[in-house]
Every structure is written in C-alpha cells, then in structure tokens.
Design a protein around this ligand. Structure first.
Ligand SMILES: [Zn+2]
Ligand SMILES: [Zn+2]
Length: 420
C-alpha cells in the first residue's frame, strides 16, 4: 500500500519551506507595524457557529464544510473561515468590554471541501485580520491597508482594489426587493445556482460568473444607499485616495458571505489571470450581535497564502536568500569524530549553525555535502589535526584555509568565522 496526501492537500517540503517562512515573517512584522495582535483559535468549532456566522445560504455552509459527529455526539466542523471563530473568542473572553476597539490577525489553516485548482486547496492557509468596535471609515481603511501593503511589501506588483458598498440594515432590504423584482422575469434564463440563490439571497446572484453578461442593467446598490452609508462609502474612498491605494468601483462585488454590510473589497493582482483575487473582505456590523455578543461593528479580510505563492512565482519575485550553515565539520577517524562532535556542540552553543557528518562517509563525500549545503566554513579534523590539537578551517567563499588550535577556535569564534 502506498499513501499519498489527501486530495486537495499538499506538503511543503524542506526545500520549499523558506518561501513560506518568508511570507509568514513579513505578515507578522506588517501586522505588528499596523497594530494588529495575533489571535489563535481552535481548528474545529461547533458546526452551529458557522451555520449562524458564515450564513446558511452560503456555498461554504451548503457545500464545503468538513463536518462530523464526534464521540460525544456533537456536530463539529473544521473551520472553513476565520471570522466567526475570532468573534466567538472575543465574545467569550469579553474582550471589547476592556478594550472598546480590538485589532487582531490570524495566520492559520482553513478547510473547505472544494474542487481543487491552482491556489485553491481543501486545506489552505489564511492570513486574516479583524477590526472590532469602530464604525469609522478609518477602520475599513485600516484593514484594507494591512492587506494591501503586506502584499506590496512581499514584492507583488500590479495590485489594486475592487470596491463596493452593500448598504446597511436600513437601505439594503429595499434594494433586495428591487433585485428580486428585477430577476423574476429573467429567472428561467439564469443558471441552476442562480435559481437557488434567488430564493435564499438574491444579492448573491450578482456573484455568478456564468450569467455575468446578463447583469448589465441590474439595479445598483449605490442608488439605494442611505445618507449614512453614502457618507461612509465616500469617506472610505477618500482615505484610500489619500494613501494611494488604487481602486475601481465594482457594483457586482457582493463576496460569497452573507454577513457583509457597507464596504466589500477584494485586492487583485494583474499577474494572476482570471482568478485574480489575492484576498478580500468587508464590514460586518451585525455579526457580533448575531453570534450572541453585545452589538459592535466590525471589518476584516481573509486571504490565501497559496495564492501569494502563485503570484510570487508568476512574477519571479526575488526572495531573500536562505540562511546557510556557518560551519560544516568534516572528520576522518574515530578520534576526529569525537572531537568534531564536541566542537559542533560548542559552536552551536555560541549561536553558529553547525552541521556534522551522520553517515560516516569519506572526507571527499563530506566536502561535497558541505558544498551542497553551501556552508560558509568547513572545519576539517583528520589524523594530522588530532595529533597537533588543531582544526583546519577552510573559508569556502575566499578559498583560503588556516590552522587554528581547537580550544582557540571555540573561545574566539568571531575572530575566525565572519559568520552571517
Ligand atoms: Zn444604509
Ligand atoms: Zn448564474
């Protein structure tokens, strides 16, 4: 029997992990600079949290969740998105009572039973963030700019924003009614998915890729926005202009989730082709209350690191070089092996990245290994060196070598090794 990674999952092998670690470290540093603190919630939650939070009319809840009954007969779901768990945690820990505005981010695996395709996997890694407690358009811009400038910091070019406003609890219902009236006569021409959405949430019809061409004279939310929503949306646009985040208004951008109010956005890259979104999100002013918390507005985003990786590769972005071992210890003979292993331990305790031979190969093979690992120095210990109490230190970049007393090397490492 031969095992393989499950459909829609993948391994990040040691020779690729550097890229992921680089992305993750940029995300953590950017989040710190923008004042977002990391939050870590469990991989699984009560199924009801997503049915209520994500919304039972969404594709996620209808088709894509990994749901199972545990041995205690509870219905459990592997988290398909980050926002409901984060809000659940903030409510459970009364966070907004002590701190009326909370900014958090997460970097964590999500699970969706989808048809796997490039950059879309059944287990994928999401960078997401939420700003809770503020109605201000600046909160929207805070979330948008964290995502946008993190992608820019990673070296991605051709970035811009798609932007829309979905209105609020006052102005959306009349719009929804108008849409329902509009779609009613054309319903037979629309795809099965749209027929289904018509009953559940007609706004989601605008999301349909198949029927997009039929939506040219669909009523637009912007004509229905109430005064407050209009002012809010205008301020979001003005602040985005101030900080030079390019955007285009997209009247059909409704996003795949039911909870969005007012701002909805996607960050797109010119270099990604048809599936050009690198991430997106929006405002969700009713969600805290829906999940049993005190009413509090919120805005946030989610984005998939798999898509970052694709975009970085497509654009051929140069990454900082992988850290190399400082010293490779090559040994010949039993005494040298013992001495080498001691030296290795002592240099590591001084903070140097050290490698030693574990397969007992020939000196020639060990030198080849040092080359493969791109070690900065090789500390060679053979029979000669043992007799003299020395180490032959080879500088692999300068192609020079020197004999250094064993104890002297350990005590004065910086003098001998100009290590990065
Ligand atoms: Zn409104
Ligand atoms: Zn359709």
């Amino acid at each position: 029997m031969k095992f393989q990674a499950s459909k829609g999952t993948y391994d990040v092998m040691p020779d690729q992990v550097h890229l992921w670690q680089h992305i993750e470290s940029v995300i953590r540093e950017q989040s710190r600079i923008y004042g977002f603190k990391e939050i870590r919630t469990p991989v699984f939650e009560d199924t009801a949290l997503f049915v209520k939070g994500t919304g039972d009319t969404t594709d996620i809840v209808q088709k894509e969740m990994y749901t199972f009954t545990d041995k205690g007969q509870r219905s459990i779901t592997l988290r398909p998105e980050g926002t409901p768990p984060v809000l659940r945690a903030l409510i459970e820990h009364n966070t907004l009572k002590e701190q009326p505005c909370a900014k958090v981010f997460y970097l964590a695996p999500m699970f969706r039973y989808e048809r796997p395709q490039a950059g879309r996997m059944r287990q994928h890694t999401q960078f997401g963030a939420e700003v809770l407690g503020s109605h201000s358009p600046l909160a929207d811009v805070e979330a948008i700019s964290l995502l946008f400038f993190t992608l820019q910091k990673l070296g991605l070019g051709g970035l811009s924003l798609r932007l829309n406003s979905l209105g609020c609890a006052q102005c959306r219902p009349p719009y929804r009614q108008k849409l329902t009236d509009h779609f009613k006569p054309m319903l037979p021409e629309l795809c099965d998915n749209c027929q289904d959405r018509y009953n559940r949430n007609p706004l989601r019809i605008l999301d349909c890729k198949i029927d997009q061409a039929k939506f040219k004279d669909v009523p637009e939310m912007k004509d229905f926005l109430c005064g407050d929503c209009k002012t809010h949306f205008q301020a979001v646009q003005d602040r985005l202009k101030d900080i030079e985040i390019p955007f285009t208004l997209d009247k059909n951008l409704v996003r795949g989730l039911d909870y969005y109010t007012r701002t909805a956005f996607e960050v797109i890259s010119q270099h990604l082709g048809a599936q050009d979104a690198l991430g997106g999100g929006g405002r969700y002013d009713g969600l805290m209350e829906d999940l049993g918390g005190s009413p509090a507005p919120g805005v946030g985003f989610g984005s998939g690191l798999e898509r970052y990786v694709l975009a970085l590769k497509n654009q051929g972005v140069n990454l900082p070089p992988e850290k190399r071992p400082d010293v490779y210890i090559a040994t010949l003979g039993d005494e040298a092996v013992k001495k080498g292993s001691l030296l290795c331990s002592q240099l590591r305790q001084k903070g140097l990245a050290c490698e030693q031979e574990l397969l007992g190969r020939s000196l020639k093979a060990q030198m080849r290994e040092a080359g493969r690992l791109n070690a900065r120095y090789v500390a060679l210990i053979g029979e000669d060196e043992i007799r003299k109490g020395l180490v032959t230190l080879k500088d692999m970049d300068q192609h020079q070598q020197a004999e250094v007393a064993f104890d002297e090397l350990v005590v004065n490492v910086p003098k001998y090794c100009q290590c990065e």
